[in-house]
Design a binder for this molecule. Structure first.
Ligand SMILES: [Zn+2]
Ligand SMILES: [Zn+2]
Length: 369
């Protein structure tokens, strides 16, 4: 435990402090990662605002890094590729217990203990968050060697934004030509649109309140963009979606909620055709209340599908997609701003979108320790 690393601790709402922590002894099956980039995710913003109380935590869960030290029993990644110190890796930011009813069924996303890595700074091994020099991969964390030369900026969002929204698209089971609506054109929305496009979707519609994001969405797979400032009434947004989906549909086949605001759920359900799927991803904090007419859900045959976490194979799938489509979509532009660890407070203030109308889109800020 000779070494020490810096980490940004959330000490109060909207306030980080940089502190030093000893690096942990690495378990025989664990890996200590040297962080090379951590993205500011919408979830981090919810916590930073105080919507989820996590004072004295090191935030940051979407990140990429290099192997700093390997546990003595670890010699490969989860695809049997040899691992050594210095290798660049991506990994799930959650760790299933591998010892519960859900896990033995292979339903890792539903493991009750997935959040065991989210601990306060008082708890060993301290390196629980990505806005830090080091991040600890507990035994059982899915880890994959990165052989691509994609930049760290591109890779930071793979283990949260990309993986999660790709899981949503998988669970929607979209068919070739399907009409898909994204409520929200931030990082998740952008990755979702490109994945839906690559997965064979037909009409893709992006809804957001920031025009620069919508402009980027149109380059990331979306066919149409609806700016809520031009369509302030939910009824008008629903009507516009129904007009755009085409193909004899009365609504979208899939609507993906990636705004993180429960107020959009009723209109999202109204945008669906009978039998359509509503993929719920964004409302991650407690008491995210929405008033839903369940009769409309029942007789409208709307399927509400929750998505938290992702099947681990989507991580290498995401890298493959990013590599293959790097000249097709400007996904490399998603990481729009870079900050040092010392400037983390500024990074969050710059990323805050709630209640703001921006001229330049901050789709994702990345912290480079
Ligand atoms: Zn996230
Ligand atoms: Zn489990």
């Amino acid at each position: 435990m000779a070494e020490k690393g810096r980490a940004a601790v959330l000490v109060a709402d909207r306030k980080f402090e940089i502190r030093e922590f000893p690096t942990p002894e690495v378990d025989p099956e664990g890996i200590l990662v040297s962080v090379t980039g951590g993205g500011v995710c919408g979830s981090d913003l919810h916590i930073w605002r105080g919507e989820i109380n996590m004072h004295n935590f090191i935030l940051g869960h979407e990140l990429v890094g290099r192997v700093h030290s390997l546990g003595k029993n670890v010699s490969t990644d989860y695809l049997q590729k040899p691992l050594k110190e210095g290798d660049r890796v991506i990994f799930s930011y959650w760790t299933p217990c591998h010892r519960c009813y859900q896990c033995i069924r292979g339903e890792y996303t539903d493991c009750l203990y997935n959040f065991q890595g989210f601990k306060s700074i008082e708890e060993y091994p301290y390196c629980h968050g990505g806005f830090a020099d080091y991040y600890y991969l507990q035994p059982g964390t899915f880890v994959f060697k990165v052989e691509s030369d994609l930049s760290d900026e591109v890779l930071t969002s793979v283990n949260c934004a990309a993986g999660t929204v790709m899981e949503g698209i998988e669970r929607s089971n979209i068919q070739g030509g399907d009409a898909v609506v994204f409520q929200g054109a931030g990082g998740l929305g952008m990755y979702g649109m490109t994945y839906a496009r690559e997965r064979g979707a037909g009409v893709i519609i992006a809804i957001d309140g920031q025009q620069p994001r919508l402009d980027l969405a149109l380059q990331c797979g979306a066919d149409y963009a609806i700016n809520i400032n031009e369509f302030p009434n939910p009824e008008d947004r629903v009507a516009k979606v129904k007009e755009l989906v085409g193909g004899g549909r009365t609504g979208a086949d899939t609507v993906v909620e990636v705004v993180g605001y429960p107020g959009v759920v009723p209109e999202g359900l109204d945008m669906l055709r009978p039998g359509g799927k509503y993929i719920e991803i964004g409302c991650i904090w407690p008491n995210a209340m929405a008033t839903i007419d369940m009769e409309k859900v029942l007789h409208g045959i709307r399927h509400i599908v929750p998505v938290s976490f992702y099947r681990p194979q989507l991580l290498p799938t995401a890298i493959e997609m990013l590599e293959r489509t790097k000249d097709k979509y400007p996904l490399t532009k998603l990481m729009s701003h870079t900050f040092s660890l010392e400037d983390i407070n500024k990074a969050f203030e710059t990323s805050e979108w709630s209640g703001q109308d921006r001229k330049t889109a901050v789709t994702r800020a990345v912290i480079k320790p």
